[in-house]
Design a protein around this ligand. Structure first.
Ligand SMILES: Cc1cc2nc3c(=O)[nH]c(=O)nc-3n(C[C@H](O)[C@H](O)[C@H](O)COP(=O)(O)O)c2cc1C
Length: 344
């Protein structure tokens, strides 16, 4: 186990890591380079495997294990699709932290645990948290509605985290949505979280595998430029996501917000994935590094915290700044408290 960092919590102790910071799984934008950078900086790197082949998952797990010298990392699956085969591939390649999003974990928990893995579940209500604890989940993620990407909850992080913490008992809770700096980390800990699960801030890192034009948009965007929408429903219907308002959104709005099937340019090819597959207008894949197309045609997933993101940084620098700033804020606060009690 690494030496303790300045902020230790039940989550860091459970995993034996230095810092209570997870780089959130973000589909194919979260590749081994990003996950390894975060794990090697003392946090926990997340990988999104929801759409990869079992063979590809084995390769990616092998890559992250090599890059981290067998450090911890998290393998994530969105349960909109059956994920048994993909989960089995990750487990057999050595993944020991399995994370689920967007659905019922009951069919998966026993298999993951039998392989010796910890199970992480992203929840959107305290009731859902209660149920997943009954199913044996080891770590809860409370994802508030201000989060980037697909959003599961109607509730804001500020309200959801303490509600989930109230029912979680000894199960560590990670706060997700709206956290991008040390102030957010400190606030999450005050709300009862044991750590933070950060997407958008790590998307604007050197190592994230989204396109350079995507990263540029993140740097430029104001917090008020995100919307929650089901517009990008191709391949993932009725699933609200938080994206930046861009030309694709504006053209659809100007056309009177027509329903799926009769939207402007519906189904036309707007670009290519890094492996050369066509991407159709209004489908959910984003523009990745090595992909082709105009960022203004794609879904630009981003949370409200995008307004706090002003530069692209190496993931290790992001981890360091989060921890140092949060530790300083908390030290100042306890300084104020003791100052106050001395006077009174
Ligand atoms: C580009 C992008 C892709 C995402 N893909 C996934 C995913 O595959 N699985 C998942 O559980 N969450 C996914 N999320 C949600 C994140 O895991 C996380 O909950 C969210 O980013 C937290 O909010 P923040 O962006 O304000 O930090 C994604 C988020 C973004 C921005």
């Amino acid at each position: 186990m690494d030496a303790d960092g300045p902020i230790t919590t039940p989550f860091t102790r459970l995993l034996g890591i230095r810092h209570p910071i997870v780089s959130a799984p973000m589909g194919r934008a979260s590749q081994p380079e990003l996950a390894a950078a975060v794990t090697n900086a003392g946090g926990l790197g997340g990988l999104g495997f929801s759409w990869d082949s079992p063979e590809r998952i084995e390769e990616l797990v092998g890559a992250v294990r090599q890059l981290t010298n067998d450090g911890p990392f998290l393998a994530n699956f969105a349960l909109e699709w059956d994920q048994h085969q993909r989960m089995d591939a990750a487990l057999s390649a050595g993944a020991r932290i399995i994370s689920f999003f967007w659905g019922d974990i009951a069919p998966y928990v026993d298999r993951a645990k039998a392989a010796g893995a910890l199970v992480v579940h992203t929840v959107g209500t305290p009731e859902e948290a209660r149920r997943s604890i009954d199913l044996g989940v080891d770590i809860l993620v409370a994802q508030g509605n201000e989060a980037g990407g697909h959003v599961w909850s109607r509730l804001s992080t500020m309200v959801l985290v303490p509600l989930v913490a109230d029912v979680a008992g000894k199960v560590p809770v990670l706060a997700a949505g709206g956290i991008a700096d040390g102030r957010g980390l400190a606030a999450a800990l005050m709300l009862g979280a044991s750590g933070v699960w950060i997407g958008t801030r790590f998307l604007a890192s050197t190592e994230a595998a989204c396109h350079a034009d995507y990263k540029r948009r993140l740097i430029e965007a104001a917090a008020s430029e995100t919307i929650e929408t089901t517009l990008f429903d191709g391949g993932w219907p009725d699933a609200p996501s938080r994206v930046l308002r861009n030309r694709a959104v504006e053209v659809w709005e100007a056309a009177g917000r027509p329903k799926s099937g009769s939207r402007p340019g519906e189904g036309e090819e707007i670009g290519r994935t890094p492996d050369g597959k066509p991407v159709r207008r209004y489908s959910f894949p984003s523009l990745l590094s090595g992909g082709q197309g105009d960022i203004d045609d794609f879904a630009i997933y981003a949370g409200e915290s995008v307004g706090l993101v002003r530069e692209i940084l190496p993931a290790s620098a992001i981890v360091r700044a989060l921890v140092e700033d949060a530790a300083e804020i908390m030290a100042q606060r306890s300084g104020h408290r003791s100052g106050h009690s001395t006077k009174s």
